[in-house]
Design a protein around this ligand. Structure first.
Ligand code: NAD
Length: 312
């Protein structure tokens, strides 16, 4: 759920996000297809207006009769999904033994954390995060648990959020520093982790970036396809977003299939880092942005599923 200038902007974002979701499932080789819901609102809704919207969304999902299900993401809360689940069963909220309402954020953060270690290995020859600096843009459902994991691993973290008070409170708790959200592109760090909105890597911000690599959870971080080349030309290693942020999807996909053992979910999420290492290696060998290798891998998986008639 997000405020868009016009419904057309929301539709455009929905198409981009749905494509990203297809890529995400294919990148981790889970045959769920891909789709996305966008609630394009004129202002953030509260109270009965908000509840009514989620109830109406439930009816839309029922009309799709199981060909599509949705889970919690940007701008939505576990409370919203409790309401949604009263109207439809086509909602991914974790597994019954955990009383549903599982927050995907920590699972996504675990995948981002593993990928940051893979990126650190590529940059510095060791996955040790002690003394490495990471700037987290957006300390919400993903950014906050990620900050904690990085801190525990000895990284130096800097936080930023459009909600400065929130960033200050988390920074105080973790002993981190805070930079204003407009200063993110110019702030020197080893790794920038975009964990807020999409399209933050673009022709205006990339020339300003003062990081060595980018690895974060935000969907559609590149504003345009050319931005992958812009980052590559600047020598900034870019870990493709849909690979890095697949942790929550993996967890919910596994729970949906009854694979609920926490250890198995953890292992499958950590394995994203192995896929990323291959993608980074491929990019290096071919002298191109890792985005191309990741996209090629996705195309191969989709072609294989189409051939097998899996209906991806
Ligand atoms: P969230 O809404 O919980 O948190 C986003 C945070 O970013 C908020 O604290 C918000 O104040 C902040 N923010 C908004 N605009 C900002 C700006 N311009 N600069 C700095 N901070 C800003 O969302 P989330 O669930 O943490 O997701 C973060 C991103 O990761 C989104 O792009 C989402 O689509 C993506 N993602 C999330 C998950 C998940 O499991 N939640 C999974 C995959 C991808």
């Amino acid at each position: 759920m997000k405020v868009y200038p016009t419904p057309t902007d929301g539709l455009r974002d929905a198409l981009r996000l749905a494509r990203g979701m297809t890529h995400k499932w294919a990148a981790v080789d889970m045959d769920f297809g891909g789709g996305k819901t966008v609630l394009a609102v004129p202002k953030m809704l509260e109270g009965s207006e908000r509840e009514g919207l989620f109830r109406r969304l439930g009816h839309v999902l029922n009309a799709l009769n199981g060909s599509y299900g949705t889970g919690q993401d940007l701008g939505t809360t576990p409370e919203d999904f409790t309401i949604l689940a009263e109207e439809t069963k086509w909602v991914f909220m974790g597994d019954a033994s955990r009383n549903f309402n599982v927050d995907p954020g920590p699972y996504t953060a675990l995948g981002v954390f593993a990928c940051i270690k893979a990126v650190t290995t590529k940059l510095f020859g060791s996955e040790d995060l002690a003394g490495r600096s990471v700037l987290i843009q957006g300390v919400g459902g993903v950014g906050r648990p990620l900050a904690k994991m990085l801190k525990d691993a000895g990284a130096t973290i800097t936080l930023s959020d459009i909600d400065q008070q929130k960033a200050n409170a988390i920074a105080q708790e973790l002993g981190a520093t805070v930079v204003p959200h407009e200063a993110v592109p110019d702030t020197p760090c080893d790794i920038l982790a975009p964990c807020a909105l999409g399209a933050t890597l673009n022709k205006n911000t990339i020339p300003r970036l003062a990081c060595k690599a980018v690895a974060g959870s935000a969907n559609n971080q590149l504003e345009t396809a050319e931005d992958a080349d812009r980052l590559h030309q600047r020598g900034i290693l870019y870990a493709p977003d849909y690979v890095v942020n697949a942790g929550g999807a993996i967890a919910f996909g596994m729970m949906h299939r009854g694979q609920t053992a926490e250890e198995d979910i953890h292992d499958r999420i950590i394995a994203i880092a192995t896929s990323l290492e291959e993608i980074l290696e491929y990019g290096e060998q071919h002298g191109e942005s890792p985005v191309y290798g990741a996209n090629r891998k996705v195309e191969q998986v989709l072609a294989r599923h189409k051939q097998a008639g899996a209906g991806v």
